[in-house]
Design a protein around this ligand. Structure first.
Ligand code: GLN
Length: 398
């Protein structure tokens, strides 16, 4: 009887009918259930740098245990502003233009809630990190997808069609979400590509929301360019970043959004009522992390390059076609050689029978069929973990 009345009342928001739970995070639960090696969710399985952990312990010992200022501890905001100047030549006012959030995930949803109205369109390159779709829905906006095409040969670059991108822009377009270095493709957008996007943002009066969480994880001599550093873009860009990937602390949940003052004011209001603030002692540790010497970042990228070059040959040897990433720590693969019906069936087999968890490609596309031949592997793991995965994958048959 009670159940019936619940159904009649329809207690659910229409919004939640439009997306599922995260497949990436579901694959981690599957990995745990089946004792599989987890190359699905992108989190390191090795320790965070000792100096950062000590800074966090020290902050707690020093009783930094109450709320920080809602938009972020001053030390961390100052450190973010200083590093944006050093790395990208961007001048940021830490008092007026930075909001520290619970991870870049919250920075993205707070930004979209702060800028979007029902009826607005948001342009998203596809394949896309799966949060962006639900983020757009929750903020009332309609995502419009522009395809990134894989290279025909695994060593080439993912590209988009300039005309298709232009067609996605019109008077309803509020923002474009850009993620460079890109998850899941590993694409690092070039200056020419960014300038093309910049020109469209200026022509159609559109905001760029850029997720730059992998900014230091670059290979093969590629360079990370922040959209906000391009002429004309600083006053129409929200730059999102965080500690998770750069300092291997995905569970700390410390990220930030950098935006012009008026947009920051809107983001701060949403952020305040959503979460009040990110963990205070971990923000202090973040200020310390952002003062690590340059060689930290050089080593970080080099260590991930070695891991990339370790995993890809193991995948190729058993029959995957790999699209070599230029940045971030994922490799997208083509599974055509294995003769499975689709990516979901394949990853289910992989986690249960082979003992390796990966992410089905369809979770990065709005139309699942477009990702049905693709699977993503994360290589932000210890060499032993990658070895074990390689050994297990050796049981796969084409
Ligand atoms: N960005 C990571 C991934 O794509 C995971 C992030 C998350 O699960 N919050 O796997």
């Amino acid at each position: 009887m009670a159940d019936v009345s619940i159904q009649q009342k329809h207690f659910f928001s229409d919004k939640v009918e439009h997306f599922t739970e995260s497949v990436i995070r579901e694959m981690t639960r599957q990995a745990m259930l089946h004792g599989a090696v987890n190359l699905a969710q992108g989190f390191p399985d090795f320790p965070a740098p000792v100096e950062i952990k000590q800074a966090a312990q020290q902050a707690i010992a020093n009783d930094v245990n109450q709320y920080a200022i809602t938009w972020g501890a001053k030390n961390l905001r100052n450190a973010v502003a200083r590093q944006m100047k050093v790395w990208q030549g961007i001048t940021v006012d830490p008092e007026k233009e930075i909001t520290v959030c619970c991870g870049s995930t919250e920075a993205m949803i707070s930004t979209l809630l702060a800028v979007c109205n029902a009826g607005d369109d948001v342009v998203i390159f596809e394949p896309f990190y799966e949060n962006y779709g639900p983020d757009a829905v929750l903020s009332g906006a309609k995502p419009k997808f522009v395809t990134l095409r894989p290279p025909s040969d695994g060593d080439g670059e993912w590209t988009f069609d300039e005309r298709e991108l232009r067609r996605a822009f019109d008077r309803h377009t509020k923002a474009i979400i850009l993620n460079t270095p890109n998850n899941p493709t590993g694409k690092v957008f070039t200056r020419t590509e960014l300038e093309l996007i910049r020109d469209l943002c200026l022509e159609f009066d559109v905001l760029a929301i850029t997720d730059e969480i992998y900014e230091h994880i670059l290979y093969d001599g590629t360079e990370h360019i922040s959209m906000a550093s391009l002429d004309g873009m600083q006053d129409r860009t929200v730059t999102i970043n965080g500690m998770s990937k750069t300092y291997s602390v995905t569970g700390w949940r410390v990220g930030w959004a950098v935006a012009p003052e008026r947009i920051t004011n809107a983001i701060r209001k949403v952020h305040d009522f959503l979460t009040v603030g990110a963990p205070a002692p971990l923000q202090e540790a973040g200020a310390m992390a952002l003062s690590l010497p340059d060689e930290y970042y050089v080593k970080l990228a080099e260590r991930y390059r070695v891991r990339r070059d370790h995993l890809i040959p193991a995948l190729v040897a058993v029959g995957f076609k790999c699209f070599r990433p230029r940045g971030a720590y994922y490799v997208m693969t083509d599974i055509g050689a294995f003769g499975f019906q689709d990516d979901v069936e394949f990853t289910r087999y992989l986690v249960k029978e082979i003992g390796v968890a990966a992410v089905p490609g369809s979770s990065f596309y709005h139309n699942p069929a477009d990702g049905a031949r693709q699977v993503r592997f994360a290589f932000c793991k210890k060499p032993e973990t990658l070895d074990e995965a390689g050994k297990r994958l050796g049981k796969l048959r084409r």
